[in-house]
Design a protein around this ligand. Structure first.
Ligand SMILES: Nc1ncnc2c1ncn2[C@@H]1O[C@H](COP(=O)(O)OP(=O)(O)OP(=O)(O)O)[C@@H](O)[C@H]1O
Ligand SMILES: Nc1ncnc2c1ncn2[C@@H]1O[C@H](COP(=O)(O)OP(=O)(O)OP(=O)(O)O)[C@@H](O)[C@H]1O
Length: 537
C-alpha cells in the first residue's frame, strides 16, 4: 500500500549548527495512521514535522528524500501541496488571521481560488462536523484558547487535507479543553481516515488514542512501534523519558507489573481490580483547610480588574494570600484570569479596586507565559549577562544558573533559534538569576519534556526549602499535585476554591489527577503515583 509519508535517508542541518538536527531518517507512515511523535526537548520533532510540508519546510541543508503520497515533496504542484497537508501549530493566535469565525473558515479556501459555491458548501459542512455553527458570527478574539484551537483545526480541515500535522497543539489549553481537542482529532482520524502526525508532550492523553509512536532522540529515530510495545521497551531499558508515561503505567510498574501496562484510566482501573483491589472504605472526606498561621508574603485583597473600561471585569473581588515556604498552584479554565492575577501580583499592572499587599523586602520574579517576551540579546549567555547588569542588586551566578537549568550547552545560541523547551528553560534561568523571594511562574512546564519537568520539580522544591514562595499557574495537574502545598481554582472571575494540595484534588472528580481518577472508590486519598504504591503496601 502507498505510504502517506515516507522519508529515505533524510538528513537535515540548520545553517549555523555544527551537527545535523535530523540524521539519516528512513521512515514510512501508512495511510490512516495516527502517529504520536515524541522525544526529549530539542530532539528534532518540530524540524521533522515541518519537513513533511513543503510550504513550511525548515531552511538549511537537506539530503535524502521526502515523499508525500508517493511524490517528491518539492516536485508537487503548489496548490496540490498546500491542500494535501494541513498544519496546526502550538499557538492558535499565531495562525488565526481573520476577524470572525466565518471569515477564518473561508480564508484558506478563498486563497486556493475555489469557486464561491464550493467554499460555501465546504464551510457549512466543516462547521457542522466540528459542531461550531453557532459560533459563525463571533469575533475570533472573543473565543477561549480551546475554542480558538478548534477553529484553527476546522479552518485547516476545510481544505480537506489527507495528512494532518500538529505541533503541540494542546500546550496552551486547559486540561479539559485539551482532552476535547484530542477527541476531535481521533474523530478526524477514524471518520475521515486522515493520516495524523501529532507532536505532543501530554502522553497520558495521546497514548491511548494513537496507532503508533515515533520516538526521536538527538535527531534519530529510536523507536517506531505500537504504543504498548514502545512503553514496555522504554521501561525495560529504564529510559529517563519513561517519566512522561501516564500515571496508570507508573502505578502498574510500582505494583510489580512487567509486561502489560494499562495506558488509560479505564484500563488502569480494570488492572487494579484484576489485582484484587476492591471498593475501598469511604475514607475520610478531607476538611477544607484553613490558611496557615503566620503572615502572608504577598496578598491580593478584594481585587477588581479589567483591561479596558468598556470591557467586563476579569477579576471581581478576588482575594488570595501566599505564605513563606509554600508552593501554591493556581489552576482554572482558559481565560479564567490566571495570568492576569500573576501580573497583578508582580506589580506589572495595578488593580482598579482593592489592593495587592507585598510584605517589606519581598521581591517577585515573573516568568511570563510566552518566554520569548523576556528575550532581547543575541545569545543565551548574553541574555543572562545583560539581565544581571540591568538588575545590579542580583548576586545570582550565571554559570551556576545555566548549569542548574541544563542549558550550559546552549550558551552561544540565539534565543529565537531554540526549541520550545529550550526557550522555556532559558527564560526560567533569567528569572532565577534575580534570586526572587516570590517566584510567579506562568505555565513553567509548557513544552518541556518529562526529564526537564522532573528537574524543574526539584528546582522548585529547593526554592521552597530555601524559604521562597512559589506561585505556579499551570494546566499540568499531575505536576501541581506532586509539588504544591496549596491549590486554588479560578472560576467566574474569582477564587472558586482554595485548599491544601491533596485535599483539593481529592474533592474534585473532573479537575483532578489521573491517579485520583484511577483509584477513586478503590483507595481513598490517592492523588499521586507515590500515594497509590504506598497504599498497596
Ligand atoms: N531556526 C533554527 N536555527 C537553528 N537551530 C534551530 C532552529 N530551530 C531549531 N533549532 C535547533 O534544532 C534542534 C531541534 O529543534 P526542534 O524545535 O526541532 O526540537 P523539538 O524536538 O521540537 O523540541 P521541543 O520539544 O523543545 O519543542 C534544537 O537544538 C534547536 O535549538
Ligand atoms: N492584554 C489584554 N487585553 C485585553 N484582554 C485581555 C488581555 N489579556 C487577557 N485578556 C482577557 O482577560 C481574560 C483572562 O485572561 P488570562 O490570560 O488572565 O486567563 P488565563 O486563565 O491565564 O488563561 P489561559 O489558561 O488561556 O492562559 C480573558 O478573557 C482574556 O481574553
Amino acid at each position: 500500500m502507498l505510504a502517506a509519508i515516507s522519508l529515505v535517508n533524510y538528513t537535515f542541518s540548520y545553517p549555523k549548527l555544527d551537527a545535523p538536527t535530523l540524521r539519516d531518517i528512513t521512515l514510512e507512515i501508512g495511510e490512516g495512521e495516527f502517529v504520536l511523535l515524541c522525544g526529549p526537548t530539542g530532539s528534532g520533532k518540530t524540524t521533522l514535522l515541518r519537513s513533511m510540508k513543503r510550504e513550511i519546510a525548515p531552511v538549511g541543508k537537506a539530503q535524502g528524500t521526502v515523499l508525500i503520497q508517493g511524490e517528491d515533496r518539492d516536485q508537487k504542484r503548489k496548490t496540490v501541496s498546500a491542500m494535501e497537508v494541513g498544519y496546526v501549530a502550538q499557538s492558535p493566535d499565531n495562525q488565526l488571521v481573520m476577524d470572525t469565525v466565518w471569515h477564518e473558515l473561508s480564508f484558506g479556501l478563498e486563497n486556493m481560488g475555489l469557486p464561491p459555491h464550493v467554499i460555501r458548501r465546504r464551510m457549512a459542512e466543516t462547521a457542522n462536523f466540528f459542531g461550531i455553527e453557532s459560533w459563525a458570527d463571533r469575533k475570533v478574539y472573543e473565543l477561549s484558547g480551546g475554542q480558538k484551537q478548534i477553529l484553527n483545526l476546522a479552518a485547516v480541515m476545510a481544505m480537506q487535507p489527507r495528512i494532518l500535522l500538529l505541533d503541540e497543539p494542546t500546550a496552551q489549553l486547559d486540561p479539559i479543553a485539551a482532552k476535547q481537542f484530542l477527541q476531535i482529532l481521533k474523530r478526524i482520524n477514524e471518520e475521515l481516515g486522515t493520516t495524523v502526525v501529532l507532536s505532543e508532550h501530554r502522553m497520558e492523553d495521546v497514548l491511548p488514542l494513537c496507532s503508533s509512536v515515533l520516538f526521536l532522540q538527538q535527531g534519530k529515530i529510536r523507536h517506531y512501534s505500537s504504543p504498548s510495545a514502545f512503553v514496555a521497551s522504554l521501561l525495560k531499558e529504564d529510559h529517563p523519558f519513561a517519566k512522561a508515561f501516564p500515571a496508570s503505567v507508573h502505578i502498574a510498574k510500582g505494583l510489580g507489573e512487567r509486561e502489560r501496562f494499562p495506558l488509560s484510566v479505564k484500563d488502569g482501573r480494570l488492572w487494579l481490580k484484576e489485582k484484587g483491589w476492591k471498593k475501598g472504605s469511604a475514607g475520610s472526606v478531607p476538611q477544607p483547610d484553613m490558611y496557615p498561621a503566620g503572615k502572608p508574603v504577598l496578598q491580593a485583597k478584594e481585587v477588581w480588574f479589567r483591561y479596558r473600561k468598556e470591557e467586563d471585569f476579569v477579576l471581581r473581588d478576588a482575594s488570595i494570600a501566599f505564605y513563606p515556604r509554600e508552593v501554591h498552584a493556581i489552576v482554572g479554565g482558559n481565560g479564567s484570569g490566571k495570568s492576569t492575577l500573576l501580573h497583578l501580583l508582580s506589580g506589572a499592572v495595578k488593580p482598579n479596586r482593592g489592593k495587592i499587599h507585598r510584605r517589606d523586602g519581598v521581591r517577585p520574579g515573573l516568568l511570563p507565559q510566552n518566554p520569548k517576551a523576556l528575550f532581547t540579546a543575541d545569545t543565551v549567555k548574553e541574555e543572562l549577562a545583560e539581565w544581571k547588569q540591568n538588575f545590579q542588586y542580583t548576586d545570582g551566578d550565571i554559570d551556576r544558573v545555566m548549569d542548574e537549568m541544563g542549558i550550559s550547552h546552549l550558551a552561544g545560541r540565539h534565543p529565537y533559534d531554540l526549541s520550545g523547551g529550550e526557550m522555556q528553560k532559558t527564560a526560567l534561568a533569567k528569572v532565577l538569576l534575580l534570586c526572587p523571594t516570590v517566584l510567579l511562574l506562568d505555565e513553567p512546564t509548557k513544552g518541556v519534556d518529562a526529564m526537564a519537568k522532573e528537574e524543574l520539580l526539584h528546582i522548585l522544591r529547593r526554592q521552597k526549602e530555601e524559604g521562597r514562595t512559589v506561585v505556579l499557574v499551570t494546566h499540568d495537574l499531575e505536576f501541581a499535585a506532586r509539588l504544591c502545598d496549596r491549590c486554588s481554582m479560578l472560576f467566574q472571575n474569582g477564587i472558586a476554591c482554595s485548599d491544601q494540595g491533596k485535599a483539593f484534588f481529592e474533592q474534585n472528580a473532573f479537575y483532578t489527577t489521573d491517579c485520583n481518577r484511577m483509584t477513586r472508590g478503590l483507595a481513598p486519598g490517592c492523588v499521586t503515583v507515590e500515594d497509590v504504591t504506598a497504599h498497596d503496601r
